[in-house]
Design a protein. Sequence first.
Length: 224
Amino acid sequence: MLTLYGVPPTRAVRPIWLINELGLDCEFVSIFPFDEDSTRAVKAINPVGLVPYLVDGDITVSESVAIMLHLAEAHGGGRFVPSDAADRAAMNQWNFFLVTEIEQPLWRAGLHQVIYPEKERNQSEIALAYRDCRRFLEPLEAHLDGHEFLVGDKPTVADFNAAYTLDWADSEDQLDASPNCRAFVERMYARPAAPVRIAEGLAYLDAGQTAPRYRRDIERTDHQ
Ligand SMILES: N[C@@H](CCC(=O)N[C@@H](CS)C(=O)NCC(=O)O)C(=O)O
């Protein structure tokens, strides 16, 4: 039995997407460390003190992309992780690139926008972080020119990671000069198993609700 701690639209979306795609049975525990009590609760579950966090029998995994890789490798039956060594290296290259060069500047901007105490926030840090993010969107934009997926002709873990990370960039208005990245996000989120997008998930959180796992749940609700 799988248990995933975390809540959309945080980085928990990455493993949720894999769980949806693979049709895995999983218990979801909504937990979001937004105050001292919930931070303590997260620490009690995961010594690293972060969610998302996966419990898979005796195996526990922290770090959203590591959780995705574990899900695909342990439960994917060969889906989403290429067997070819060169393709696997390319997938891992994109996975690390996405979290270190695209996500980290977005996170840095977010820390100075809303997370740090007001007196510690620095507007110039936000501008620099966005500049760093846009610099590394350029090679991704070029790579996606004519490529449906990041590696080969089938989706890998890197594509789900990229779609979430680029949706984050889009929600921060950083994709205006990256039409290929934007089209990629739209394509990936059109998949039936796609999770909630960041803007939609935030709207749920603002309303004090937990977003559904599937984007199509939202579409169904919208049409009711
Ligand atoms: N690199 C981690 C980052 C996860 C992360 O920062 N999670 C936040 C929630 S969105 C958290 O648990 N924060 C707890 C804290 O900072 O105390 C991942 O990708 O899983």
